[in-house]
Design a protein around this ligand. Structure first.
Ligand code: SOE
Length: 403
């Protein structure tokens, strides 16, 4: 943080020891793979960049493989390890449980953690079914009454450009919204020999591209539009039905069945009359992690592309047509969301900063006794949309035959 221009960093530095004396927030994280590593960045960095009312402490990391969890803990500075999540949840020296496991354990862990009086951060999608998500949202409501908060990790809300888009929409820059258009495309399943990992098994992941990628864009659409989706019409496909079992081919051929979708497409309507379209795929060759958003309103449009995440495109349709058109906003100014705590204008942020901002927002909500956003209720709403898309996709009758 060579040239802090910001109030958060300056305040923290000026206060010296005072910042270290903030009450600790002792975090216990369950899961240490990709998302565990990403969340760890958030816990490590947020207190160093932002002036937070609680000081995150990396108290315990939990995973079933003792040697692997120890390695990860040593690498990132988690103080202790556990191999049984129940032991972690039972510990008196843990204030918040961060759930970074596959979806099939989210509900059980979150319910136990809330019942034990912990705050909870849970990776998306909230659960593997609407029933689980309902139980989690009800438990979160009850916990909120007891001063404990629960948040779901839709980290892309924390991109400064997305938060700026939300701000511009609430300011009325787009006027009445007409179109909301989102795609989230990856290509790691194009190779038919990619193994049958947990993300491809319904019992572990709940669904495929739909729940993994579609959940993000559903949340973003509802967050940006400021209203929940009211109806959907969906189409899903599993292009490659059989894949090698993880760990290499076995004597019997070693293949298993893919039980989730490879891609999900759906259209949707908002109560306001705006329409939306969504596409989530793990088969979009050449697209690594391509999340695109465009919104068109009666007064203007906004467009965002995760591959250019420090930028937001804005067209002001009230300007004379002769010189109107999309222009690029470089979202690095101190008065852009989150940016007053970071680098001087133009220096840019990346993917991992969304997890830093997630921790920042969660700690402020927790300290103020506010329900954090996105709440478990927001996660439940996304889960309802996912279920509606699957239900629609199963009904072939939705498709009118082209004669
Ligand atoms: C899937 O490949 C994945 O890791 C998602 O699970 C994350 O939520 C997304 O941010 C990146 O892609």
């Amino acid at each position: 943080m060579a040239q802090p221009q910001n109030q958060d960093v300056a305040a923290a530095q000026n206060q010296g020891a005072t910042a270290a004396d903030r009450p600790p927030l002792r975090v216990g994280m369950i899961g240490y793979a990709f998302m565990g590593a990403a969340h760890t960045q958030g816990w490590l960095t947020a207190g160093r960049v932002f002036d937070l009312p609680r000081r995150p402490v990396l108290a315990a990391l939990c995973g079933r493989d003792e040697a692997a969890v120890r390695r990860m803990a040593d690498r990132h500075g988690w103080a202790t390890t556990e191999t049984d999540w129940r032991a972690l949840v039972a510990r008196d020296d843990i204030d918040l449980v961060d759930i970074c496991t596959p979806g099939d354990s989210h509900a059980e862990i979150a319910l136990a953690a809330l019942a034990a009086g912990k705050h909870v951060l849970c990776e998306k999608p909230l659960a593997n079914s609407v029933a689980e998500a309902e139980a989690m949202a009800a438990a979160a409501d009850a916990a909120q009454q007891r001063g404990r908060v629960a948040m779901v990790g839709f980290n892309y809300r924390r991109l400064p450009a997305i938060a700026l888009a939300r701000r511009m929409i609430t300011e009325g820059r787009l006027g009445t919204l007409r179109h909301v258009r989102l795609t989230y495309l990856q290509d790691w399943l194009v190779d038919p020999d990619f193994p049958l990992t947990w993300r491809l098994r319904r019992e572990a992941a709940g669904s495929g591209a739909l729940g993994d990628l579609g959940a993000h864009i559903i949340d973003l659409a509802q967050y940006l539009a400021g209203e929940p989706l009211a109806g959907v019409s969906g189409l899903t496909r599993t292009f490659v039905r059989e894949r090698p079992l993880p760990g290499g081919p076995s004597a019997d051929g070693g293949v298993g069945t893919v039980t989730v979708d490879d891609t999900a497409l759906f259209t949707a309507r908002f109560p306001s009359g705006a329409v939306a379209s969504f596409e989530a795929s793990r088969f979009a060759a050449g697209r690594k992690n391509s999340l695109r958003v465009e919104l068109n309103g009666e007064r203007g449009s906004l467009a965002f592309d995760l591959e250019r995440l420090n930028e937001l495109a804005y067209h002001d349709h009230t300007e004379p047509a002769a010189h109107a058109g999309f222009r690029r906003i470089l979202v690095t100014e101190p008065d852009h969301p989150y940016l007053d705590a970071w680098w001087p204008p133009g220096h840019g942020l990346g993917y991992e900063h969304t997890f830093v901002h997630q921790v920042r927002d969660l700690i402020h909500a927790l300290a103020e006794g506010r329900r954090p956003e996105p709440s478990f209720a927001d996660g439940l709403q996304v889960q309802r949309v996912l279920a509606a898309v699957e239900e629609s996709a199963e009904k072939d009758s939705v498709y009118t035959t082209v004669d």
